[in-house]
Design a protein around this ligand. Structure first.
Ligand SMILES: Nc1ncnc2c1ncn2[C@@H]1O[C@H](COP(=O)(O)OP(=O)(O)OP(=O)(O)O)[C@@H](O)[C@H]1O
Length: 342
């Protein structure tokens, strides 16, 4: 039996994942492209393009076509989607016989115009149908939460460009909130801190390395250090500096405050019975940003609600979108009524 060439896409600000029906996730790549200025020719896409950030000659620009959860550059986004879909179909060894049906996850705060732009981008690259699912709903399905039950489930998805919350009951999103800020904003804060306090210019990839290696929301017992290289803003020369985890923690306290505030405003907007369900069942975190050390404990302490992290935070939205894809024919209105597969 041959699997239909249907495809689910988690088009993230930082990472794009492609799930092929019957096969699972077949591609994970950074949402980055390197483009030749003037001609517009594509020099590199995905992981190779990400490695070029801050290292290109003048005639090549490295771009992230999706910024803060919104499509900043539709033309480049279409090219990137085309590249990833073709690569995914090659990896999954499916022949280009039938046009695929595509489900794509989008931020819940997306406007109708942006949603149409995403669907058009998918259709432009040769899809037969393009449909969208909201990211928090996909995350809830990916986490196997009982979204069809008459009980409240709460998801917080912290991605690269957006942080989104949703309370779901009876297969529908009861309320959702989002801010266009996530892991990338944390990297930008680290860049600013290094400039202000150490007079050291570092690039976003170095800031991300600091965050991934020694970043945390609250201090652990053991202080950690990492040597970083940058440009001394006083002498103009390259310089290596040892940075401590407490410095990174200092730069991040506002990030946790904004997540706590988002959770609070979400909970304020739901009926008391659902609040009671969430206090009992807890909040589920997904997205790469939730991997920041101690974030779950601090969020739990600040809200008084149990918090847990899904098994695969970086894959959860793609897994959920993929589950909907596997049920494609029976789930024509997944934004509203969805029964997750067991
Ligand atoms: N171990 C980690 N600790 C802290 N942050 C991490 C870790 N691993 C990944 N991240 C961060 O997670 C973010 C990417 O997460 P994810 O892939 O879920 O985002 P996305 O889906 O592309 O973004 P969005 O949902 O905003 O469109 C990046 O900012 C990355 O730096």
């Amino acid at each position: 039996m041959f699997a239909r060439r249907d495809v689910a896409v988690d088009l993230g600000t930082t990472n794009t994942l492609v799930y092929v029906r019957g096969q699972g996730i077949v591609l994970r790549e950074p949402s980055v492209m390197a483009i030749q200025q003037g001609t517009g020719a594509i020099c590199a896409v995905g992981a190779v393009a990400k490695q070029m950030i801050g290292r290109t000659p003048r005639d090549i620009v490295v771009v992230r076509p999706i910024r803060d959860g919104a499509i900043a550059d539709l033309q480049t986004t279409s090219k990137m989607i085309k590249h990833f879909l073709e690569k995914a179909l090659k990896v999954s060894q499916l022949k280009r016989l039938v046009k695929p049906r595509v489900i794509i996850s989008v931020p819940s705060g997306i406007t109708a115009v942006e949603k149409r732009a995403v669907e058009n981008a998918i259709l432009q690259v040769g899809a037969k149908h393009a449909r969208t699912i909201k990211e928090p709903m996909a995350a809830a399905i990916g986490a196997s939460l009982p979204i069809g039950d008459a009980t409240g489930s709460m998801v917080v998805d912290i991605g690269g460009g957006t942080t989104e919350t949703a309370v779901i009951s009876l297969g529908r999103i009861v309320t959702t909130r989002s801010v266009r800020s996530g892991g990338d904003a944390i990297d930008a804060r680290i860049v600013q801190y290094m400039k202000k306090v150490h007079n050291l210019a570092i690039g976003e990839p170095t800031a991300e390395t600091l965050k991934l290696s020694i970043g945390a929301i609250e201090a652990d017992v053991n202080q950690e250090y990492l040597n970083v290289r940058g440009r001394d803003l006083v002498t103009g020369l390259p310089k290596t500096l040892s940075v401590s985890s407490s410095e990174i923690i200092y730069t991040l306290h506002e990030a946790i405050d904004s997540i706590v505030e988002l959770v609070r405003t979400t909970l304020e907007r739901i009926p008391p019975e659902l609040s009671a369900d969430i206090i009992e069942r807890g909040i589920v975190l997904s997205g790469g940003g939730t991997l920041l050390r101690n974030l779950d404990d601090v969020l739990s302490a600040k809200t008084g609600i149990p918090v847990s992290i899904v098994e695969n935070p970086l894959d959860c939205v793609a897994i959920g979108t993929g589950k909907v894809l596997e049920d494609y024919d029976s789930s024509s209105r997944w934004d509203h009524k969805l029964q997750p597969r067991a």
